[in-house]
Design a protein around this ligand. Structure first.
Ligand code: MG
Length: 251
């Protein structure tokens, strides 16, 4: 069941979204060659708490495992769920940062991918195509359209530019839990899936690979990597479906 949220609930999620945006602004300035991803985790935690949010990923359970950090920091071939570590960022890396925040019992979730120093032309194109595919998907997310319209738009834009969309991981509804119905694939057919209605809150998150769409999970049980170890990028926004177009809560 897809829950329709009240304006009060949406207002809390908007506050959570603003905390995420502010945290990204701080982190963007910190990302540089020589920085360890665990440092970014500490900075993010401090910023979120300072703004009266709660880092939503820490301790979240998936099966029998509990996520050990405040953010996800996924470098290069890591698609998502990279655990911040002593890994040192190097010039030319790309880093996906995913942040979830809880504010007054409601959640927002967003991700960006940034270059570390100067990055290759291909990496730059991958970031740009992934970010634009998210914007294209959001343009389709309006009252009366179908979820498949959003998914198909993202897939088409990505594949038209020679990249691939991950199949094994999807976006999701969000509200009083971080993951709610519906699942939101980044591939699909127009005119299929649930019809979108005002008040639905969705986390749309294209994960785009430079090579194959196939992914696998590393031995730590969290980090998802591309099977061919080529680069992957990830952008995500939490949005509310409204008449005439979505409102982005994390922009
Ligand atoms: Mg998400």
């Amino acid at each position: 069941m897809i829950v329709l949220r009240s304006e009060d609930e949406i207002s809390s999620m908007r506050s959570a979204g603003k905390i995420i945006k502010a945290t990204f602004e701080v982190l963007r300035k910190r990302v540089a060659p020589g920085v360890r991803t665990v440092e970014l985790d500490t900075v993010a935690r401090q910023e979120i708490l300072k703004l009266n949010g709660i880092p939503a990923f820490k301790g979240i359970r998936v099966g029998s495992r509990s996520y050990p950090a405040n953010i996800c920091a996924s470098v290069n071939e890591v698609v998502v769920h990279g655990i911040p570590s002593e890994r040192v960022l190097r010039e030319g890396d790309i880093l996906s940062i995913d942040i979830g925040v809880k504010f007054r019992e409601y959640y927002a979730d967003a991700a960006i991918t940034v270059g570390v120093g100067r990055i290759s032309e291909e990496a730059n194109e991958l970031l740009s195509v992934t970010e634009t595919s998210l914007a294209k998907g959001i343009e389709k997310a309006t009252v009366g359209s179908r979820l498949g319209d959003v998914s198909a738009e993202i897939q088409k834009y990505v594949e038209d530019h020679g990249f691939s969309v991950v199949r094994d991981l999807v976006g999701h509804g969000i509200g009083s839990a971080l993951w709610e119905d519906p699942q939101i694939p980044n591939y699909g057919k127009p005119g299929t899936g649930p019809r979108l209605a005002a008040g639905m809150v969705l986390a749309i998150e294209p994960m785009v690979n430079a090579g194959t769409y196939e992914v696998e999970t590393l031995a730590d049980g969290w980090a998802v990597v591309t099977c061919d170890r080529k680069l992957s990028a990830h952008f995500e926004h939490t949005i509310v479906i409204r008449e005439g177009g979505a409102e982005i809560l994390t922009a």
